[in-house]
Write a protein that binds this ligand. Structure first.
Ligand SMILES: [Zn+2]
Length: 406
């Protein structure tokens, strides 16, 4: 099987995860796919294959050199996004894309057009795998799985390429933020790893946001409005005052790159009590801490005006920037850079404006940058993946294995 045949087989499995299920894996169908992968790994001659009750599938591709080489890992996730159905995926290949509109579904008039998605034009002349407009494609992240397994098969067929012990790991529930949750880093047993879960060719990510949530609870004092003078505190109006204290330009819709923000995500209340919810994000740890201090300061301002205890604040850290865990082991980035260059790929380092499984794994003791898997327009019907991008990602995996042992 080629990497593309493998990919097309994998997307036929519906592995959508579910954020409301409360169990791991969040949906039993992910386990069905895990079982299939397990049997494929057995047939291919992988060793130390284990699939635990949570749906984490690990296996080893053994070293073919006596040289002492660190064990490294490649990781991809089995689930697809809850945002769009992954049942009945019917991929189609557009050979030699000419830059025009691609009709995904004639009857529903669903068109993948470079007018909305100009990145299509970067792939002129290539062969694009697209959907039928009714489902997502699942290149996120079945392209990653296909690339990792096919790279190991490539190593098997090319014994002249010397490499150390390689572990592969396939996990459930990345799309609901729980992919790293029950990932047993010790059992995985690698010095470092890479997730193959990025988008466009060349993407290499080892920075993400530091993240916290903030819940601001405002207590009011309700009195009959006819007798309220100097007695009533309307928590809704106090909430408005609080919101107005925050900088209006440090919000997601006004920031990009390395700019952080306060994002107002919810406001529910009545006169008696109002709860405001924020998420706080910043790549820079010091600025992130300062943002949390600012929240405390604004709470104080309101409490000074309306009385101690009017506003209470619940701050909770959610995740941290993996950069601080990657910096002491920068050679793992250098290796990824070199591997891309040797695979004719120009590395594009990008700071993630979000979190990743790799970040959580890095803080669990497994430094884990993210590398492109080649798909684009994730989580929806416009998702597509150039065949050439998937092949390049596979080549990068092979090159990394080779470079670590060089
Ligand atoms: Zn993904």
């Amino acid at each position: 099987m080629t990497v593309i045949e493998r990919f097309l087989k994998y997307v036929s499995f519906d592995t959508q995860s579910d954020e409301n299920s409360g169990v791991t894996p969040s949906t039993p169908k992910q386990m069905v796919f895990a079982q299939y992968l397990k049997s494929e790994l057995e047939q291919l001659g992988f060793q130390e294959i284990s699939l635990d009750e949570n749906g984490y599938l690990f296996a080893t591709w053994p070293a073919n050199t006596d040289k002492p080489v660190p064990a490294i890992g490649f990781i991809a996730h089995m689930d697809t996004s809850p945002d769009m159905t992954g049942a009945g995926v019917t991929p189609r290949i557009v050979y030699g894309y000419d830059g025009s509109d691609i009709i995904l579904c004639e009857e529903d008039n669903i068109i993948l057009s470079p007018q909305q998605f100009p990145e299509l034009l970067d792939h002129k002349g290539e062969d694009l795998i697209v959907t039928n407009g009714k489902t997502l494609l699942g290149a996120d992240d079945k392209a990653g799985i296909a690339e990792i397994i096919s790279a190991m098969v490539y190593l098997k067929e090319h014994p002249e390429i010397k490499h150390g012990k390689i572990r592969v790991g396939f996990n459930p529930d990345e799309e609901i933020g729980l992919g790293a949750h029950k990932f047993d880093v010790e059992r995985f047993g690698c010095e470092w790893a890479y997730t193959m879960d990025g988008g466009e060719v060349g993407e290499l990510e080892f920075e993400n946001f530091n993240a916290a949530s903030a819940k601001v609870i405002i207590k009011g004092r309700n009195v009959h409005p006819g007798y309220a003078k100097d007695k009533m505190i309307n928590s809704l109006r106090v909430a408005n005052e609080f919101v107005a204290l925050l900088p209006t330009d440090e919000v997601p819709e006004c920031t990009d790159g390395y700019q952080g923000f306060y994002h107002l995500i919810g406001m529910t209340g009545e006169v008696e009590q109002t709860v405001i919810s924020y998420i706080i994000r910043d790549h820079d740890r010091a600025k992130f801490e300062a943002r949390k201090e600012n929240m405390k300061k604004w709470v104080e301002i309101i409490n000074k005006k309306y009385g101690e205890g009017t506003v209470t604040l619940e701050l909770k850290d959610q995740y941290y920037n993996m950069r601080e865990k990657i910096e002491p082991v920068m050679h793992i980035i250098d290796i990824a850079f070199k591997a891309m260059e040797e695979a004719d790929v120009t590395p594009k380092v990008k700071a993630i404006r979000g979190g990743t499984d790799g970040a959580q794994l890095s803080f669990k003791g497994l430094p884990c940058p993210n590398i492109f898997a080649g798909g684009l327009n994730f989580h929806g019907r416009y998702e597509f993946a150039p065949i050439q991008s998937i092949e390049k990602a596979m080549k990068v995996v092979v090159k990394i294995a080779e470079l670590v042992a060089r």
